[in-house]
Design a protein around this ligand. Structure first.
Ligand code: FAD
Ligand code: SIN
Length: 529
């Protein structure tokens, strides 16, 4: 293996969102030498963009059992009860720790979001919660001994002959289009905290670098991947004619404050569709919107927030108000054009709440991981909380106990690359066939399209080709999982299989380019070994 540089560490963490920084800080607190790799600047993922907030049962009329049952209800039979219970129990203390680090969080006037039976959304700066969480974590990281390497992308896992992880191949990103300068990081444990894969779809709330890299790395190394068919589409992202890639989120908290989804005639879209109306679970609202959009032959609907008034919109929703005004829409006086878009990966690398995956030495936390907390549909504002908790728990575990350093490490065999020129077509195919409404025929067509992508003849490894390979791998995995799940549940909706079957996780394993699928029951106790 050719390598221009080498680093050594106890723990290498990939990703500098809430999950990655929390893991790095916790391991470093125990005196571990931690190297953190981040594709761009510190942050750069979804964390700093989070609007609504963090769910924690801290209100006077709330308790953990209610938060637990709301989470399980949204998760549509696929939540792991022990993981949900642990998350819900740890959430209030996690908020408290952020406050102790100096976060300016609103912990009394709690927000309300879809699927929550109580006001329990802790937020900051109105709808700028993620920016505040990022500010606090980035400051703690800067003050810590963690060795941070920005502009460095993880490429592949290094494993020994017994399939145990012992480091990474990574590439230093130069100027645009330049080949990556590849090297290795040897470490006793690897933590993948690379976020989701929203960029696999035409429109998404996820930033440009959220391309499923961690998922693809874990897949190529042979780790178990779980419930990948469950992609959450947020009902309200700002609609703009012909827009592609990341679009501004119009937070659900607006509906919690009284904004209403309406059609072209100003009639409420959710009336009579669900007892909770505009605050029905996200999968229900997104599906109702998609159905209305398809039926009416339009490409978007509207969110009418005018009743909230200027003062509330500018004070409580400054991010949304600014994003709309930057595009010539004033939410104080006119409805906001909205459409659903890819938002969150409920599935991911199969992991316990401490980040343990099916591979010794490999850990995964945050949105990259599938701990079973979110089941078939994540409850709003549970993921920042989960990223902070799982990141901390994984780092703490590695602080107390580190695997041995593995020897004779090698990267997995790679198939041919995928040219970055294919990226727009891949996203079109994913949105068309693996979006909110799915069926077997469309998913088969999607798989045929993905399998017929011609290999890249580009020489040298660039950021663009690496990301396209990750997106292609993530797309193949999602399409395979979605085709095999012949039922409708949570955010996986099959028009040709509208009923719900027995509750089983789907587990995928990538074997020399072939994808094996198995099923796993819901477990009452414990996490995967
Ligand atoms: P991220 O914060 O996405 O970080 C991933 C990191 O990995 C980034 O630093 C990225 O650069 C890095 N990375 C990726 N690939 C590589 C690679 N190959 N090598 C090196 N580095 C890499 N959830 C809530 O609970 N409440 C909310 O209000 C909320 N609002 C949201 C609003 C928006 C617009 C979006 C997009 C998401 C929102 N979510 C919300 C979801 C939540 O923000 C994310 O699930 C959570 O922040 C994920 O944190 P993370 O640390 O796992 O990943
Ligand atoms: C939102 O603010 O609507 C997003 C919250 C989330 O995804 O949890």
């Amino acid at each position: 293996m050719e390598s221009d540089w080498e680093l050594n560490a106890d723990v290498v963490v990939v990703g500098s969102g809430a999950a990655g920084i929390s893991a790095a800080l916790a391991a470093a607190t125990h005196g571990r030498h931690v190297v953190l790799l981040s594709k761009g600047e510190v942050g750069g993922g979804a964390t700093a963009l989070a609007q609504g907030g963090m769910a924690a049962a801290i209100g006077p009329d709330d308790d953990g059992s209610l938060h637990c049952s709301d989470t399980m209800q949204a998760g549509a039979g696929l939540c792991e009860p022990s993981a949900v219970a642990a998350l819900v129990a740890a959430a209030p203390n996690t908020i408290e720790q952020l406050n102790r680090r100096g976060a300016r969080l609103e912990c009394t006037a709690l927000g309300l979001e879809a699927g929550h039976s109580r006001r329990r959304i802790v937020h900051a700066g109105g709808d700028a919660t993620g920016a505040e969480v990022h500010r606090i974590l980035a400051a703690a990281l800067a003050a810590s001994p963690v060795e941070v390497h920005c502009g460095t992308i993880a490429l592949d896992l290094l494993t020994d002959a017994d399939g145990r992880a012992g480091g990474l191949v990574a590439g230093v990103i130069g100027s645009s289009g330049q080949p990556l300068r590849t090297g290795v990081v040897k470490a006793r444990a690897v933590v993948l905290a690379t976020g989701g894969f929203g960029q696999a779809f035409v429109t998404t709330t996820s930033p440009a670098g959220i391309t499923g890299d961690g998922l693809a790395i874990a897949a190529r190394a042979g780790a178990d991947l779980r419930d990948l068919e469950f992609v959450q589409f947020h009902p309200t992202i700002l609609w703009q004619q012909g827009a592609r890639g990341r679009q501004p989120l119009i937070t659900e908290a607006l509906r919690g404050a009284g904004a209403v989804l309406v059609d072209a005639a100003g009639l409420p879209v959710m009336a009579g569709r669900h007892p909770l109306g505009d605050l029905a679970p996200r999968d229900v609202v997104a599906a109702a919107m998609q159905e209305q959009i398809t039926r009416s032959g339009t490409d978007h609907l509207w969110l009418d927030a005018t009743a909230l008034g200027r003062a509330a919109l500018e004070k409580d929703f400054p991010t949304v108000t600014a994003a709309c005004r930057a595009r010539g829409i004033d939410p104080v006086t006119e409805p906001i054009p909205v459409a659903p878009g890819a938002h969150y990966a409920c599935g991911g690398i199969r992991a316990g709440l401490d980040g343990q995956t099916s591979m010794p030495g490999l850990f995964s936390v945050g949105e990259a991981a599938a701990t079973g907390v979110h089941g078939a549909n994540r409850l709003a504002s549970n993921s920042l909380t989960e990223s902070l908790i799982t990141g901390h728990r994984a780092g703490d575990l590695l602080g107390r106990h580190l695997p041995e350093q593995r020897r004779n490490l090698r990267p997995p065999a790679h198939g041919p690359g995928v040219s970055a020129a294919h990226r727009p077509a891949l996203a079109e195919a994913m949105s068309r066939h693996a979006g909110i409404a799915r069926d077997a025929a469309g998913l088969r067509r999607l798989l045929a399209e993905l399998n017929s992508v011609s290999p890249s003849d580009e020489s040298g490894l660039s950021l663009a080709t690496v990301e396209t390979v990750s997106l292609h791998t993530a797309s193949l995995l999602v399409a395979t999982a979605a085709l095999a799940r012949a039922e409708s549940r949570g955010c996986h909706r099959r028009s040709d299989a509208p009923t719900t079957g027995p509750s089983r996780h789907s587990v995928l394993r990538w074997r020399n380019g072939r994808i094996d699928r198995s099923e796993q029951p819901i477990q009452e106790i414990g996490v995967p070994a």
